[in-house]
Structures are given as C-alpha cells and as structure tokens.
Write a protein that binds this ligand. Structure first.
Ligand code: GCW
Length: 664
C-alpha cells in the first residue's frame, strides 16, 4: 500500500512537471529568446545590431551592410544558401533589420529564402512618459518611474524592447512639466538616460513648462515675443545640445488644465510654438505642441481644441507638429476622431494615443488597444499625419506594465507606428507567440483552438470594455478622483461642470446623451460635410456614437427593433458576459502557461469580470432613476445595490493602480 502511494505521488509530480513550464515574471517582455552566445562588447547602433544577432541568432552567417538609396531607417533582408544579408542606409535600419530577423526566428517562420524590404511609415515613433521628478507617474499603473534612478540593465531592456518594435524617441517627463526639468542638474540626469538609449537608436525629448523663464530663469515674463525670453530659451537650448547633442526637442502642454502658456501673455499657441521652434531649428529639434485644451466656460468641451487651433492653421513653423489626442475629449473607451485631424490641412499633425489605460480599467483590465487605433485610422488617413505618439504604460513594476497583457499595447504601438496597415490580429498573433509561446498556427490541435480563442479575446476586449463601461456613445462617466470605476452621479458643488459626468451624459426623464447636433452644440459641423450629416441625424448616426451626438429618447427605436433603454441594458450585459468569457478562455490555457504568469493574469481577469458587473449595475441602476423603465427579462438583473455602490470609494491617487476593483 505504501509503495503504491509513493509511486502515485511520483507519477503525480512527473505529470505536473510536464504540464508546467518554469515560472516567468514578465520582465523579458516579448524578447524571451535564450542567448546562444556571448556577444563581444561593441559600441554604437550597428554594434547593438551585431550584439543582438551574436547573442540570439541561431541560423547561418549574417552580414550587415550599409547601402545608399534605401529609405531612412528602412532595410532589406535577403537570404540564400544559409547566408543572410541585412542592408540599410543607416545603422538604425540595420538594427531594425536585425530585430526583424530575430522576430522571424522567435515566431518560428521560415528563414531559408528571405526577400524582405521594409521602411517605417512615420519618421517619428515616440513614447510619452508622464513621469515626475519625484518618481511618481501620472496615470501610471505600473509602479514608479524607470527614469528616477536609471538602472543600466533595465534601461538596456527598455532600449531593446523599443528598438525591437521600431520606437525611436521617448519623452522622459510628464506634460504637466516641472520647470526644474531644465535645470543643469536635471539635464545631466537626462544625459545619462540619453547615453544609455542612444545605442538603441532612441533620441530623448523633454516636456517643458512654458513659464520656465520666470520659474527658473528669474525673468519677469515668459511672453514668447519678449527678447529676453527668446534669449533665455536660446541659451537653454544651446546648453541642452551641449549636454545631449542628439536631443530631439520639446513636448508642450500649454494653457491647458492650469499649465502656463502663451495666452497668459496675450499671445497665441502659434506665437508660443514658433518661438520654441526657432530656437530648436539650428539643432534640428522639433516642437510637439499639444492641442489638448478646454476651458470651463465653453458649452461643449468637444468643440474647443478646434475652436482654438483652426484659426491658426498654416501659421506654424515647419518644425512644429501639433499633437492631438485621437478623440476630441480625452482617451475615452470610444470617441469619434478629433475633427482637427481632417480640418487642419496646412499644419503638420501627429496623433497621441494613450497606452496607459487611464479610462480603460488601468492595469487591471485586459484591453488590447490596436483595434481602437485601427478604428481611428479608418477615419484619419495615416498619410495625413506626420508622426505617432503613445502615452507610455511603463513603470518599475517587474513586468513593466502592471498587467502582462498591457505589454501587448506597448508592442502594438511600436508596430503600428512602423506600419499602420498591420492588422490588430497580425500584431496580436506575433506578440502572443513571442510573449507566451502560444501560437494559433499549428492546425487541428486543442492548443491552437485555445490560442485562436485567446486572440479573439484580445481583439474583442476593447469593444467588451466599451460595452460594460459606456456603450452607445456614452463617455466620461468615471469616478471623479481616479477614472477607474463608475460614478455617473458624481457632481459635487464647486467642481467645474466639465469635470463631472452629468455634463456628458445629461440623463433626464426624456433620454440620455449630449446633443451635439446642429440644434445643440453644433459639434457635428466640425466634421467633413458627409460625416456632419451622418452624425447629425439620429437615424443615420452610427449607434456606437449615438449618445455622443444625440440626446436619445429612452424609447427611441434602435436598428435591432429594441428601444434605446432596452438596448443600453443589453449592451452593458453583453460586456459583462464577455468579460466572464475571457476568464473561461484563459482558465483553459493553464496547462500551457507558466504558473506565475497564469496566476497573475487570472487574478486580473477575475477583477475585470467583477468590475464589469460593477459598471453595469451602477450605470443601469442609476440611469433607471431617470428612465423609469424595467430592465428587460433577458438581461441579467443587477446583483448589487445602487446605494451601496454610491458610497463605495477606492482610496487611490492618480499615480496608483487599484489593487482590486469593486470589493463589496
Ligand atoms: O487625460 C487627462 C488626465 C491628466 C493628463 C491630461 C493630459 C497629464 O486625466 O492626468 O495630464 O489628460 O493629457 O494632459
């Protein structure tokens, strides 16, 4: 009997060890190949390319060749008879080619006869870090700033990760910029980081505070047309380039949310941006000037960026790029595209996406963002833009992004900026295979079926999040303090209206939504004529933007035949069901994923499913106090209680990820 027990135990242990692979903490991101060699110490960007290949490439000899006539940062890869040649016009191109080759190896693709030619769609593919000098990260959900005490090993991994997906610039600090960022001491710190990132083809940039000449320069004014101010900036910029010769330029948030700007001195955004552009020009630097502006007195926040920037179209220097968030309000789960993109025809523009999920469940929810960016690009032609920026979701958390699947958004950002026509599915597949060694391509195996389901989870995740948070065009009904959970009722006295949800949802006994039609705020007029008339009519407006543009009567008939109220209930419920389904798919993958990452993702998916219920119940019960209509029978009825939910608080600051969501 005893012997039987022992052998059963041995079998059990053996069985377990077959199933489980060794634990991983996610710190290697998608670059998990084991080294096959130790690389010789070589410097420069080409040196990095050689070192990466020496360390990880398992195939035949590879030659790196500089060749004129190829596009900037582009490359070709050709292989024959076991030999491979990567050719590029620049060292950065060679590095990108090397990573391409390694990606093919890591995703198990044929490398015998390659004939590849690539070039990046955008010259500037840049991350924006919202990191503060004290180490906090605004809307950062993955720990503290990686730049506070830059650890060379961590910086090396950061450089590799970015270069492997083609990211070639990084703004080191928050757009809510402290003037001290430009102190000589702080510039020396930025230089350290620039030195560590240069071998990966990454230039550093800084966000600046427009009042710096006053705050650290001792001047009385920061008026961009004042000669002393111009001289101050000129000297400062010269100093920067002495310290960091390949410095990229400035990112500026001006006259927005309390930040100083040229309007404080009676000047325009163009006056401010052009002054900085002129002093950066001799150094080949750029100004990325943000259009994220809104004032409490306007009747529609969605109108404002257009109102302020359109009159300035064509007035900016050629090294100014206007950086516009994808939507007109603020990184909501779904917004129409910002109308500035199609209206400003004479000004270089770039899009700012947000990788950190400020409004999409922070680092607790699996929300793969590539489908959202694809939706954006279906309205705004990629070629109409100069560059692409992504607000980083990176911190000192061991797995970098707080959620293993949030790494996919960093990865997808780089790949999309390299080539906006890559499909979200292609990107998800290559990320998943590299990150989890999960491939959907092996046919007819149970694993490949599960992998396909997981890819589907990623692709469906953004829409699911829209559904359980704010379907049918709803927006900005988040908790006032943390933007994580629902608080559609939040409207304390004294808080400016456009920082409270009722400003956006306008629920009343008639219906729900913001009238932005010609009879309302006329926001529709900012779109091209065709879209204007499409959005203006409640019967042609896409239903996924219905309450964005219309105050929709509760009994409005939807294309499904349901009333608007019933449809709203159904959408919320769909979102909940989907979130639960994500967990089911993931659970089935347990035998194929290392225990640590499996458990960590599972824990997050459980939070997500619970949060989805929280969102549905809070929103439906609250809106029901206006609609006075029953929740349809075929929709799961709320399992929570509105009064309790209205009292529930998550005591976090804007620098933290909520440990768990709704815990009642
Ligand atoms: O999304 C909002 C955030 C702020 C942020 C601001 C911006 C950096 O809530 O935290 O500030 O947008 O983009 O400037």
């Amino acid at each position: 009997m005893k012997r039987f027990l022992i052998s059963a135990l041995v079998l059990l242990v053996a069985g377990w060890s077959i199933a489980a692979t060794h634990d991983e903490d996610g710190s290697r991101l998608w670059l998990r190949a084991d080294s096959v060699n130790t690389a010789a110490a070589i410097t420069g960007v080409k040196g990095t390319a050689m070192a990466e290949l020496q360390t990880f490439w398992q195939g035949g000899p590879v030659t790196l060749k500089r060749q004129k006539g190829l596009a900037k940062d582009g490359y070709t890869i050709k292989s024959q008879n076991g030999k491979t040649v990567i050719a590029a016009a620049s060292d950065a191109g060679l590095l990108y080619g090397a990573y391409h080759l390694l990606r093919l190896q890591q995703t198990g693709q044929g490398i015998a006869s390659l004939d590849i030619s690539e070039q990046p769609f955008y010259d500037l593919r840049i991350l924006n870090h919202w990191d503060n000098p004290n180490g906090t990260v605004e809307r950062g959900f993955a720990g503290r700033s990686i730049f506070l005490n830059p650890d060379p090993a961590r910086m090396k991994m950061y450089g590799r990760a970015n270069a492997s997906v083609g990211i070639n610039g990084t703004v080191l600090n928050n757009v809510n910029a402290k003037p001290e960022v430009l102190s000589t001491e702080s510039l020396q710190k930025s230089k350290e980081i620039a030195d560590l990132l240069r071998p990966y083809g990454i230039r550093v940039y800084l966000s600046i505070n427009f009042a710096s000449p006053i705050r650290i320069g001792g001047l009385q004014t920061a008026d961009p047309l004042n000669a002393d101010v111009v001289r101050w900036w000129k000297d400062k910029v010269n100093e920067i380039y002495r310290i960091i010769p390949d410095f990229g330029g400035f990112l500026v948030k001006a006259n927005s949310e309390g930040e100083p700007g040229p309007q404080d001195f009676g000047r325009t955004h163009a006056d401010g941006a052009n002054m900085l552009a002129d002093v950066l020009k001799p150094h080949d630097g750029v100004v990325m000037w943000r259009a994220f502006v809104y004032k409490p007195q306007s009747s529609d926040r969605a109108n404002q960026a257009y109102e302020e920037f359109m009159p300035l179209d064509g007035q900016f220097r050629d090294n100014v790029i206007i950086q516009v968030k994808n939507g007109p309000i603020d990184f909501q789960p779904r917004e129409p595209y910002s109308p500035l993109f199609t209206a400003m025809q004479k000004t270089p523009m770039m899009v700012e996406f947000q990788l950190t999920q400020e409004y999409l469940g922070a680092a607790n929810h699996l929300v793969y963002l590539a489908p959202m960016w694809q939706e954006f690009f279906s309205f705004v032609k990629p070629a109409s833009l100069r560059a692409m920026a992504g607000v980083a979701n990176i911190g000192d958390n061991i797995n970098w992004c707080g959620h293993h699947f949030a790494q996919a958004n960093w990865y997808a950002f780089g790949r999309t900026a390299w080539n906006p026509s890559l499909t979200p599915q292609d990107i998800a597949e290559e990320w998943l295979e590299q990150t989890f060694s999960l491939s959907a391509t092996a046919t007819n195996s149970p694993l490949s079926t599960l992998c396909s389901q997981l890819i589907h989870v990623m692709l469906a995740s953004r829409e699911a999040c829209v559904n359980y948070m704010m379907p049918l065009g709803l927006h900005h009904i988040f908790a006032g303090s943390h933007h994580y959970g629902p608080e559609p009722w939040y409207s304390p006295r004294g808080v400016r209206a456009d920082w409270t949800p009722p400003y956006y949802h306008k629920a009343d006994s008639i219906g729900l939504g913001f009238n932005r039609t010609l009879s309302g705020s006329a926001n529709v007029k900012q779109y091209p004529a065709e879209l204007c008339s499409l959005y203006n009519d409640i019967n042609t407006c896409p239903e996924n933007l219905l309450t964005w543009f219309h105050h929709v009567p509760w009994d409005h008939r939807m294309s499904s035949g349901r009333t608007f109220w019933d449809e709203l209930c159904l959408k919320y419920d769909d979102g909940v069901r989907e979130a639960r389904h994500f967990l089911t798919v993931w659970d089935a993958l347990q035998p194929y994923v290392d225990c640590q990452r499996f458990g960590e993702v599972q824990r997050k998916l459980r939070i997500q499913a619970r949060d989805a219920e929280w969102w549905r119940d809070a929103c439906l019960l609250y809106f029901q106090t206006f609609s006075h209509r029953p929740i349809p029978q075929d929709v799961e009825h709320p399992v929570h209680n509105l009064d309790e939910m209205m009292k529930f608080r998550i005591p976090i600051s804007m620098y933290e990820n909520p440990e768990s969501g709704y815990t009642k």
